[in-house]
Design a protein around this ligand. Structure first.
Ligand code: GAL
Length: 691
C-alpha cells in the first residue's frame, strides 16, 4: 500500500513538473514542427487565402504574423485595428495552420517617433536615428519601454485566450542598442549604483586611481565614448553589460505584460541572432524558451572547398544548436533561409539540397520547430530580391520551398518511427562541455594585446575538433552543472573567480578530463590581473608555472612541436614551467625560449588536466591535443572529415555533408535507413533509426 502511494505521488510529481516545463508545448513524438512567416499586410487581401492554403498544402504546420506591423495595428495613437489580423488568423485556422504572433516593437509607427522623438536612438556624435527603417527605438528609453506595453497588452488581451495562437515572439532579433540619449546615461548610472552600492566600490572595480579616473558621485558617470582613445576598459565592459541588460530586461517586461493575459497553452520567446559576445541571450528569465535565426549564405562564410559558400560553414548551425540548447528546456529556430538573401555583400544561390540540409541540421540539434523567413518573396522594400518559399509570382514554389516541403514529408515519415529518446552509448560517452562566458570575449576584444587574437576563432579550433570526433557538445556557463561532462574544455576564459578555479579542480579530481587553454584564469572576476606571479592562482590546477606570455608579429610566425610535427603560431603563446609529474606534450621551437613547454598534461585525482599554452594558426595542434586527451581518457572517437557532421536525436542518427566530396557513412549495423542512402553527396543527408 505504502509503495503504491509512493509511486502515485511520484507520478503526480512528474506530471506536475512536466506541466510546468516548456516541454509541454511540443510532445517529443512530434519531433519537429515546420512553419513559415507570412506578412498579410504586404499583400492584397484577395490573395491571402490562396497563399495560406498553399502553405498548408505544402505541409507547413504554423505561420507567423505581425512582426513589423505596429503602424497597421495602431494606425493612430490609441486607435487599434485588429480586424485585418482577425481575418488573417481565421484564414490560417481554416487551413489548419497555427499562428505565432509578434509584438512589433522593432518598428514603431511614425506618429509615435514624431510625437515622442526621444525614443529614437542617439548616436555617439549626437545624431539621431529616424523613421523609415527598423530597430531605431532605444531599449533605454524609459518612455518607450513603458509606452510600448500598451499596444502589447491590447494584442495579448485580444489573442491571449485564442487557441489558434500557439505563442508569442517578442520584438525581432533583439540586440544591444547603444544609445547616448539622456535616459540611457541616467539608466546606466542607476544600474551601476545597484551593482556597486558605493562610488568607492565602483572606483576600486574600475581601477579609477589610474589616470585620475576617480568619480565623486554616480551622477558624474557617462556612457563611455567608443571613439575616444584610451577609455577605461572596465567601464566599457560594464557598459556592454548594462546595454545587454537593457535588452534582456525589456524582453522580460514585454513577457510579463503578455503573461497577464494569456493561457498556459501559449508560450513566449524571442528570436536571437546567435552571437557569442553578448549576454542577453539566456538572460531574460520570463521567456519559456529561446530560439535563434540563421542565415547560411550571404557571401561571407566560405565553407569547404571552392564552392563551399553555396552550402555554408559546416559549424554555423552546429554551434548555434550547441550554444542555445543548454540555455533552455527546449529550443526552436525562428528563421531559416529559404534561398538567396538580399543583404549580403554578395548573395549567391544555395547549392540544390542545402536548404533541406540546414533543416536536418536544425533537427539534429534538438530544435522543436523550424520556421522560414519567409513564405512570399517581397516585391518591394529593403528586402527586395530576398527569396521565399514561393517564387516572386506567389504561385510556384521556389527551389528552397520544394526542399522545405521534402523535409516536412521526411519528418512525417520519421514521426511514424518515433520510439523514444535514446542515443547510442558511444555517442553519449563523448559528451563534452565547453565552458564559456561572453564577458571574456568582450573583455579580450576591448583589450586584445594583439591584432592576431580572435576569441571565436580560438574556440572554433577546439569545437571543430570535437565535432570531427562525433562528440555531442554543450556550451555551458559557470552556473550550470559541469560534472555530467566526461570532458570539459575551457577556452580562453580570462576572468575567473577563485571559487571557479576550485570547482574546476574538483571537477578533475572527481574524474573529469579538463582542458584549459591560453589566457584562462589570468584575471580576477573584476578583470584585474592577480597581484601574484603571472596567473599564479591556476598553477596548482595545471601543474605548472607560467613564466611569461609572448605575442608575435604576423610576418614572422614561430612554431610549436608536437609528435615531431611543427605548428605555426603568432597570436598567443605561454611559456610553461611544469612541476614534477606534469608531462610536456609540445614545446616551443624558436627564439630565446626554444625547448620550453607549450602544452602540458597531468593526472589530478581521478581525472586529468591539460593546459594548452598556445593558439596555433590552423588548429591542427589543438586537434591533436584533444585527440590525445580522449585517447588517454579511454573515450572512443570518430574522425569525420571536414564538413561531415553526425548527430543523434530521439533514436535517429543524422549524417550531413557540408563538404565538396561524396562521403560513405558507416551506418551502425542493425539500423534502419529512413531517409537517403549511405553514400552522401555534397548537401545530402542520410537518416537512420538506431536499434
Ligand atoms: C533577419 C531578420 C528578418 C529579415 C531577415 C532577412 O535577420 O530577423 O526580419 O530581415 O533577416 O534575411
Amino acid at each position: 500500500m505504502k509503495k503504491m502511494i509512493l509511486s502515485i505521488s511520484l507520478l503526480l510529481m512528474v506530471s506536475f513538473l512536466y506541466s510546468q516545463s516548456a516541454k509541454r508545448f511540443y510532445p517529443a513524438s512530434e519531433l519537429i514542427s515546420v512553419g513559415a512567416y507570412y506578412y498579410p499586410e504586404h499583400w492584397d487581401e484577395s490573395v491571402w487565402e490562396r497563399d495560406l492554403k498553399q502553405m498548408a498544402k505544402m505541409g507547413f504546420e504554423f505561420t507567423h504574423y505581425g512582426e513589423f506591423a505596429w503602424a497597421q495595428l495602431e494606425p493612430e495613437e490609441g486607435k487599434y485595428n485588429f480586424e485585418w489580423l482577425d481575418r488573417a488568423i481565421a484564414l490560417a485556422d481554416k487551413y489548419g495552420l497555427k499562428v505565432i504572433l509578434c509584438t512589433s516593437t522593432a518598428t514603431p509607427p511614425v506618429w509615435l517617433v514624431r510625437k515622442y522623438a526621444e525614443v529614437l536612438i542617439t548616436h555617439e556624435d549626437g545624431t539621431r536615428m529616424d523613421h523609415g527603417a527598423r530597430q531605431h527605438a532605444s531599449f533605454s528609453s524609459t518612455f518607450y519601454r513603458e509606452y510600448s506595453q500598451k499596444m502589447i497588452a491590447e494584442l495579448a488581451k485580444r489573442y491571449g485566450n485564442d487557441e489558434r495562437v500557439i505563442g508569442w515572439q517578442l520584438d525581432n532579433e533583439p540586440r544591444m542598442s547603444i544609445d547616448y540619449g539622456p535616459d540611457a546615461h541616467e539608466r546606466f548610472r542607476v544600474w551601476l549604483k545597484e551593482k556597486y552600492g558605493t562610488i568607492e566600490a565602483l572606483n576600486k572595480a574600475w581601477g579609477n586611481d589610474f589616470w585620475s579616473g576617480l568619480y565623486n558621485d554616480f551622477s558624474q558617470i557617462n556612457i563611455p565614448l567608443h571613439s575616444q582613445w584610451g577609455m577605461n576598459i572596465h567601464q566599457r565592459l560594464d557598459h556592454t553589460r548594462f546595454a545587454d541588460w537593457e535588452t534582456a530586461s525589456f524582453m522580460d517586461k514585454q513577457a510579463r505584460t503578455i503573461r497577464k493575459h494569456i493561457t498556459r497553452d501559449q508560450w513566449i520567446t524571442t528570436n536571437y541572432i546567435p552571437m557569442y559576445d553578448v549576454r542577453y541571450i539566456g538572460q531574460s528569465r520570463e521567456l519559456d524558451f529561446v530560439t535563434y535565426t540563421r542565415y547560411m549564405i550571404y557571401g561571407e562564410g566560405l565553407g569547404v572547398g571552392r564552392k563551399g559558400y553555396r552550402i555554408g560553414e559546416p559549424l554555423r548551425i552546429a554551434m548555434a544548436n550547441d550554444y542555445f540548447r543548454p540555455l533552455s528546456e527546449i529550443i526552436g529556430v525562428m528563421e531559416l533561409q529559404p534561398g538567396q538573401v538580399n543583404w549580403g555583400q554578395i548573395n549567391p544561390q544555395p547549392l540544390p539540397g542545402a536548404v533541406r540540409l540546414w533543416n536536418w541540421h536544425v533537427f539534429a540539434g534538438g530544435s522543436k520547430f523550424t520556421c522560414t523567413y519567409r513564405f512570399r518573396a517581397p516585391l518591394y522594400g529593403y528586402e527586395q530580391y530576398h527569396y521565399g518559399i514561393m517564387d516572386f509570382d506567389g504561385v510556384r514554389p521556389s527551389p528552397g520551398g520544394l526542399e522545405f516541403q521534402q523535409f516536412i514529408e521526411e519528418i512525417n515519415l520519421l514521426r511514424k518511427h518515433f520510439v523514444g529518446l535514446d542515443v547510442p552509448d558511444e555517442y553519449r560517452k563523448r559528451y563534452t562541455g565547453v565552458l564559456f562566458d561572453p564577458n571574456n570575449a568582450i573583455a579580450m576584444a576591448h583589450n586584445p594585446q594583439t591584432t592576431e587574437w580572435h576569441t571565436e576563432n580560438h574556440v572554433l579550433k577546439y569545437y571543430k575538433a570535437l565535432k570531427s570526433f562525433g562528440a555531442p557538445v554543450d556550451f555551458v556557463r559557470d552556473t550550470m552543472d559541469i560534472s555530467k561532462y566526461p570532458v570539459l574544455v575551457v577556452p580562453a576564459y580570462q576572468q575567473m573567480s577563485l571559487e571557479l578555479i576550485e570547482e574546476l579542480t574538483n571537477y578533475a579530481s572527481n574524474g573529469g578530463h579538463l582542458v584549459m587553454t591560453v589566457r584562462t584564469g589570468h584575471q580576477d572576476p573584476y578583470g584585474h590581473l592577480w597581484e601574484a606571479p603571472y596567473a599564479q592562482p591556476i598553477y596548482n590546477l595545471i601543474g605548472s608555472e607560467i613564466e611569461f606570455y609572448d605575442l608575435l608579429m604576423p610576418h614572422a610566425p614561430d612554431h610549436v612541436k608536437m609528435d615531431g610535427e611543427l605548428h605555426s603560431w603568432t597570436s598567443w603563446g605561454e611559456i610553461l614551467k611544469p612541476f614534477t609529474g606534469t608531462e610536456a606534450w609540445a614545446t616551443f621551437e624558436d627564439d630565446f625560449y626554444a625547448g620550453k613547454p607549450a602544452v602540458i598534461w597531468r593526472n589530478l585525482g581521478r581525472g586529468t588536466v591539460t593546459y594548452v599554452g598556445v593558439d596555433t594558426h590552423d588548429g591542427q595542434l589543438e586537434h591533436k591535443v584533444l585527440t590525445r586527451v580522449f585517447e588517454r581518457a579511454g573515450i572512443k572517437t570518430e574522425s569525420y572529415p571536414e564538413g561531415i557532421i553526425v548527430e543523434y536525436r530521439d533514436s535517429f542518427g543524422i549524417a550531413m555533408n557540408y563538404s565538396d566530396k561524396n562521403y560513405a557513412v558507416k551506418i551502425p549495423s542493425g539500423s534502419q535507413i529512413l531517409v537517403g542512402q549511405p553514400n552522401i553527396a555534397p548537401a545530402e543527408v542520410v537518416v537512420w533509426k538506431i536499434e
